[in-house]
Each structure stands twice: as C-alpha cells, then as structure tokens.
Design a protein around this ligand. Structure first.
Ligand code: CA
Length: 476
C-alpha cells in the first residue's frame, strides 16, 4: 500500500514524541485508554458554544483536556465512519461507504485500533456500539463485545405505552422520540454506563493496561430519553434553524429526502415535517445529548474515584454530524458542515488542561495519535497524522485541509472554504458546491459558479483531487 506521508511536521513531531516518551518512562506507567463514542452526536454541546444545550460532564472533560473545534468525520454515516476511524484508513469509492459497512469485509488486511492495543498487552473491551456490527474484526477484543441493543434484538428501546402500543399494532417503528418517566438505566445508555463502571472496577483490580470502549447509542434516532432530561429545556426556547431552507444555488445532489427519519411513525412519507414535529425533534435531540452527557459523567466520576484518571487517556467523539433542520434536512448523509463537523475531545495525562485547538483535524488522525500517546508503533496502514503536537501546543501550524466523502460527493474543508464535487462511477463530475466560511458560516450561498472566485475553485479542486488520487491509489 503506497501512502504518501507529509513530513512537514516531522522535526517538531520527533521532538514532542521524544519528550513524551521521556515523561512516560519517568512515570514508568503505561496509559490506559477510555474510548467514548457517541452515536450521531454533532457538536451540540455547551463546550462548543451552544447557547442552550446542557452538557456539564462533557464540558468538564473538555476543561481538563483539549477540545478540537474543527474536527471532521471522514464519512457521515455510522458504519463507514466507525470502520474508517477504527482502522485509521480513509473511505474511498469501494471502501467504507455505507451505514452497514463491515471493516473486515472492506479491508480484510486491516488491523483495528483496539486490536493493535490488544496485541501490545492491553486488555480490550467493547461496550455498546463501537464498531457498527458487534462481530466486526473480532480480533479487536479480549472479551466478547457486549451491546444491550444487540441482546434485545432492537435499537428502538421504547418505554412509553404510546410507542409500545404502536409496535403492538404491527408497525415496525414508533414515534421518532419519547419522554418516559424512568430511571437512566431503563434505556440502553444507562446500562452501557453501568457495565463500563463495573468494568473499570474490575480492570483496576486486574492492574493490566486497558483499552475500554463505551459506545453510547443516543442521540441516534429515536430520540428516547428519561423525562428529566426533556425537562431541562423549555420548548419555547427551541426554534427551527434560521436556514430552514435549501441553500441558494445548491445542486440537487446536496439535498436528500431524510429517509432514515421517514421510517418512524407519524413522519410524513414525503415533504417537510410539521413545525410542531420539527421542534419536538430538536427538543428530543437536546434531551438525548443531556442524557448521554450524564452517562459519560457517571463513567468519568468512577474513573476519578478509582484513582485511574491520572493514568488514563480519555477520548470522546461523535461519529459524524447531524442535520437538525438546517438546509431543510434531517439526519446525516449530507456534505454540509452540519453533517461532517463532529465533536472530538481528548484528555491525556501530562498535558495542559483547558486547551482549545482551532486546527483542522479529521477522524483518521485518532488511531496514530493514540499510538503516539501510548508509545506504540504506528502501522503502515494509517492514513492520518498524529495530533500529539497539538496536545503540546494547540496553536501550532497544522493541516491546511481535511477531507470527507459521501457517497459520490468528495469534500475538502480548508480554513476558509468547504468545497464538494460529485463524481460518478465513471469519473465524470456532475455537480459542485463551494461555501466561504468567512462570510457564510451557515453555508446558505453556493458560490461554485461565481466567476470572481474561479481561481479559488481551481486551487481547492486540485488539492481535493490530489487527495482522491492518493486514497484510490492506496487500495491494493
Ligand atoms: Ca452514527
């Protein structure tokens, strides 16, 4: 596999790796990894500047670590994004494309991130949704992966009579949300937190280094959460996005019919959802974010209580963004920033607290970064760059661009622009869009056809195609 690696940051990188290795040797400890994935979580968090959402526990993690303000997923759909992040390999035309991707099928030779740690003496555990499929790359785990949704043969997890009655009528899905007066552990994510806490206690006793993954299932649809989290928000403070419309000059390829949402009871088969339902969807998303935040808090509290926090790297990520009505869209599967921009927060022992980085990072960077932090060899398959230098100095000069794709749309994100070109299977370009984030951060005006910026288009397209060629050429 021929991967072209940029050595632009190599000297500073070597310096930091040497420094960190010395630090690790001084401590004579191998860091544990607490790996927290949150399904469909976009940066709808107070620590990312959201004015309403209550996320005190993830905010606290950010305050004690480093928050990446400009992290992007490499493909905005569950299975493919997870397969890419967990192998450190970029998605391509025929690799990591769909929601139901199996990493082991698309890339049988790949070694997964937890597998690499396991082979280096770590005890690795998978709770909840980590890979999209619980049996993907089974060599990853020291214990049989556990997911309460798989055990229940359903991710729906409804608790209210209203939704259970809908299912009893033979309808495959209930409403896209519910508020139930139940304890946290009645829903799956509470159970995932409880299992993870029990594992932490067990791992503390065992004393071996661990890679413990907790994959929370919300805020994925349906937006089911205990009532107390709905009650954190007053519906009168929840509004449709200002750009609840299709962007000016956006190509048809940019817009989809949010089929994932339409599978739920009460959602019209075509056309927009009612404004009442739109507000409830946003309210439900917020409630689920706060519910998951509380579960993350329970796990982090236990990490502290057990005295493990000082020697455990904590990383939290959402697998892609989500459209909460922006551009008239719901769900993911789009090439707008709202579908690609994702939370990424890391806390590593020995590094400064309360750090904020505006650097462009992408999910393929996670695997090599954790290798560096744990002092493990970086595998030749890895296509991202370790962001260890950003932990040392969040303002260091960094990547000039990151890349995402779905499914025929190839996107490049730079400091100023996001550009997407749709290319059919024969290599023919058939649509494009460009937004200038300096003057149009919400991406409401596609200016790809504006002659005044034709030179910009040429430059970003050239850079995008360099990456596409590099990725496609990396496939055996
Ligand atoms: Ca997802």
């Amino acid at each position: 596999m021929a991967i072209k690696v940029s050595f632009k940051y190599y000297p500073i990188f070597l310096f930091i790796v040497a420094g960190y290795s010395l630090y690790a040797q001084t401590r004579n400890e191998t860091p544990n990894i607490l790996f927290i994935a949150v399904d469909d979580l976009r940066p709808e968090l107070a620590c990312y500047g959201h004015p309403i959402v209550k996320s005190p526990n993830i905010d606290k993690l950010a305050e004690t670590g480093l928050i990446f303000m400009n992290a992007y997923c490499n493909v905005p759909v569950c299975g493919a994004s997870r397969a890419s992040l967990l192998t450190g390999v970029r998605p391509a035309n025929n690799r990591f494309v769909e929601y139901n991707t199996y990493a082991k099928e698309d890339m049988p030779e790949a070694v997964s991130l937890p597998e690499h740690f396991r082979k280096n003496g770590y005890h690795t555990i998978s709770n909840g949704k980590v890979f999209h499929h619980i049996d993907d790359i089974p060599e990853s785990w020291s214990e049989t992966p556990w997911n309460p949704a798989v055990a229940a043969s359903s991710y729906l997890d409804y608790q209210t009579h209203e939704n259970l009655n809908i299912l009893e009528r033979g309808i495959s899905r209930g409403l896209p949300y519910e508020s139930a007066d139940v304890d946290d552990d009645k829903y799956f994510d509470g159970q995932i937190a409880t299992k993870t806490i029990t594992d932490l206690q067990r791992l503390k006793e065992a004393g071996t280094p661990f890679f413990l993954a907790a994959g929370f299932l919300k805020p994925h649809l349906p937006f089911n959460a205990p009532e107390k989290y709905w009650n954190l928000y007053s519906q009168e403070n929840i509004h449709l996005p200002e750009n609840y419309y299709r962007p000016e000059n956006a190509p048809d390829a940019a817009i989809h019919n949010f089929g994932e949402l339409r599978g739920y009871y009460g959602v019209p088969a075509d056309g927009p959802v009612s404004n009442d339902m739109a507000i409830k969807l946003i309210h439900g998303y917020y409630a689920c974010v706060s519910y998951v935040d509380a579960q993350v808090g329970r796990v982090l509290e236990e990490l502290d209580a057990l005295g493990l926090a000082d020697n455990t790297i904590v990383i939290l990520w959402g697998d892609h963004g989500w459209q909460l009505g922006e551009h008239s869209l719901w769900c993911k599967h789009a090439n707008f920033k709202t579908s690609l921009h994702s939370p990424l927060i890391i806390r590593a022992p020995g590094f400064k607290q309360n750090q904020i980085s505006e650097a462009l990072t992408e999910f393929v960077d996670v695997f090599p970064s954790l290798c560096d932090l744990a002092g493990l060899e970086k595998l030749i398959q890895l296509q991202g760059e370790s962001f260890l230098p950003l932990l040392e100095n969040p303002d260091v000069s960094w990547k000039d661009a990151v890349f995402s794709r779905f499914p025929l749309g190839e996107s490049i994100i730079t400091a100023n622009y996001i550009y997407t070109e749709w290319i059919d299977k024969k290599g023919k370009s058939f649509a494009e869009m460009l937004y200038d984030h300096r003057i149009d951060s919400e991406e409401n005006h596609n200016i790809a056809n504006d002659p005044a910026i034709s030179e910009t288009i040429i430059n970003v397209r050239k850079r995008l195609h360099e990456n596409i060629n590099q990725v496609e050429n990396s496939i055996n």
